[in-house]
Design a binder for this molecule. Structure first.
Ligand SMILES: [Zn+2]
Length: 326
C-alpha cells in the first residue's frame, strides 16, 4: 500500500525503474509508524508483478501478485528479527543472525524462477548482528542482475557505514498533520487529533491504537489528575495494574515528558496530552524539576524490569504516590 504521504518516494522509485536505473539496494529510513514496511512490500510486489498499472503499482491478480499474497513467491523473501535459539526469556532480544542472512543471500544469487527480479526485504535492518551485516556486505558489493535488497529501519545510524554507503537511501519523514488527519478520518478513526497526538504524529501507530486504548489512556489521565480533583489516585492502581505494562508505562512517560517540557520551555510549547494542558500547566507550576526527573528514572526502571518480577499494583501505587508529590 502506498500512503498519500509516500507519493514522492514512490514516483522516485518508478522513475528509476523506467530509465532502468533501479539500484540493487535501497535503504528506507524514517520515523516509526509512517508505513515504510508497507512501502517496501508495495515496491517489491510492483517490480515482480506481470501487469503493473499506470502508476507502476502491482495489479493484485496476476500469478506473481497471488504468490506474493500467499507468501510463496520463490523470488521474494522477507527477513525480520527473531529471538535467539533455545531462549527461556519471555522477552528475548530480537536479532537478525548470520545464518539467516546467508540463506537470504544464497537465495538472491540463485537463478530467478520467474525470469524477473529477485527481491528481499530486511525489516528492522538495524537489528542485524555484526557478522550478519558483514555477510550481507558481500552481496551488496557484488549483486547479481535484477536483484533488489530493501532494508527498512527507523534507526539508520545503527547500521554499519559500509552497509549504508552501498544502498540508495530513501527518507520517510513523518507526514504533515493535515494529510495524516485526513487519512485517519477516512479510516473511520474517531477523535483523529487525539489519536495522532498520542501516536507522536505517526499515522499508522495512531490507527493501531484503537478506541480501547484511548479509553485506557483516559483511565491513566483520571488517576494522574485525581489529586487536583480532590480524589484519591490510589483507587486507580488496581485497574492500572491490569493494563499491559510497557504500553501504560510509555503513556506515563508521555505525561512526565510533557511536564518537563512545560517546566523548561514556554507554556505554549507542543505537548502530547494536549487535552489536559491546563491541568499540566498547573501541575508543572507547582512541581519540582528534580522530583520529576526522579520519577522519570523510576518509570524507566520499571519498564526495564521483567513484568513477571513485579507486583504491578504496588508498582502503580508507588508511581502514583510519587506523581502526587511532585
Ligand atoms: Zn500483478
Amino acid at each position: 500500500m502506498i500512503y498519500p504521504w509516500q507519493q514522492q518516494q514512490w514516483h522516485r522509485m518508478m522513475q528509476l525503474k523506467q530509465v532502468q536505473h533501479m539500484p540493487h539496494a535501497v535503504l528506507l529510513y524514517g520515523e516509526e509508524g509512517s508505513g515504510k514496511v508497507d512501502f517496501a512490500q508495495s515496491l517489491a510486489t510492483a517490480l515482480l508483478c506481470r501487469q503493473p498499472g499506470q502508476n507502476g503499482e502491482a495489479c493484485g491478480h496476476c500469478d506473481s501478485c497471488r504468490l506474493i499474497a500467499a507468501q510463496t513467491h520463490p523470488d521474494f523473501s522477507v527477513l525480520k528479527p527473531i529471538p535467539p535459539e533455545k531462549t527461556k526469556s519471555k522477552k528475548p532480544v530480537l536479532n537478525i543472525r548470520i545464518d539467516e542472512i546467508r540463506r537470504l543471500c544464497s537465495k538472491l544469487s540463485s537463478t530467478s524462477q520467474y525470469e524477473g527480479y529477485r527481491i528481499a526485504i530486511i525489516e528492522k535492518a538495524d537489528k542485524m548482528l555484526v557478522q550478519a551485516a558483514n555477510a550481507l556486505l558481500k552481496t551488496l558489493e557484488e549483486p547479481g542482475d535484477q536483484t533488489l535488497i530493501i532494508l527498512v529501519t527507523s534507526r539508520p545510524h545503527r547500521l554499519p557505514v559500509t552497509v549504508r554507503s552501498r544502498c540508495q537511501s530513501l527518507r520517510f519523514p513523518q507526514p504533515g498533520e493535515k494529510l495524516a488527519l485526513g487519512w485517519l478520518q477516512a479510516q473511520g478513526i474517531k477523535m483523529p487529533e487525539v489519536a495522532l497526538k498520542y501516536a507522536h504524529g505517526a499515522p499508522l501507530r495512531a490507527l493501531n491504537q484503537h478506541e480501547e486504548s484511548l479509553e485506557q489512556r483516559e483511565l491513566l489521565a483520571k488517576a494522574l489528575l485525581a489529586r487536583l480533583n480532590g480524589e484519591s489516585s490510589l483507587a486507580y492502581a488496581p485497574k492500572l495494574a491490569n493494563l499491559p505494562k510497557d504500553i501504560s508505562m510509555g503513556w506515563l512517560m508521555d505525561w512526565v515528558n510533557d511536564l518537563v517540557r512545560l517546566k523548561n520551555t514556554e507554556l505554549n510549547s507542543s505537548i502530547i496530552n494536549e487535552k489536559n494542558r491546563p491541568y499540566l500547566i498547573k501541575l508543572a507550576q507547582g512541581s519540582d524539576l528534580k522530583r520529576i526527573f526522579a520519577l522519570n528514572d523510576m518509570v524507566i526502571g520499571y519498564i526495564r524490569k521483567e513484568t513477571i518480577a513485579l507486583n504491578l499494583q504496588l508498582v502503580w501505587e508507588n508511581l502514583l504516590i510519587s506523581w502526587d508529590s511532585l
